[in-house]
Design a protein. Structure first.
Length: 141
């Protein structure tokens, strides 16, 4: 069992560090360019993974830019600056992004307008067909 853990734990650490390195935005990578960190983690699995965890990425309070959790704009750690985006520059979830919500409303309005046009076109076509059928029925009688 111990032999398996000595193999599995470093492998899990290496995979986690590699994926974390790949998914970390460029502006949160410290000391070296992101590509160099990826190469280090790949070529030196155990040492590179530990180095990435220790020195490669801004973590915790350092990422917010202030020790007390408040930025220069006065928002708390949970508050967003103007634009509804966290300090990292990306929304946490689509429903937290005002631009995304506005685009949904715009798409919804466009689809409603298109549906109204289709319904009007369908009514017009039905009326045209009824108009053509009525005179023919009148001739037959």
């Amino acid at each position: 069992m111990l032999r398996i853990l000595t193999f599995v734990l470093p492998l899990a650490l290496w995979v986690w560090a590699f994926i974390d390195c790949l998914t970390t935005p460029e502006d949160e990578v410290k000391h070296l360019p992101k590509v160099v960190w990826v190469i280090i983690v790949l070529l030196f699995p155990l040492v590179g993974s530990i180095a990435w965890l220790v020195a490669g990425k801004q973590r915790g309070v350092l990422r917010t830019g202030a020790a007390d959790g408040y930025g220069s704009d006065g928002h708390g750690a949970g508050g967003y600056p103007e634009g509804g985006r966290p300090r990292g520059g990306r929304p946490l979830a689509p429903d937290d992004d005002p631009e995304f919500l506005a685009s949904l409303k715009k798409n919804n309005n466009e689809h409603e307008d298109m549906l109204k046009q289709w319904e009007a076109d369908l009514r017009r076509r039905e009326n045209e067909l009824r108009g053509k059928e009525d005179p023919e029925e009148g001739r037959k009688s």
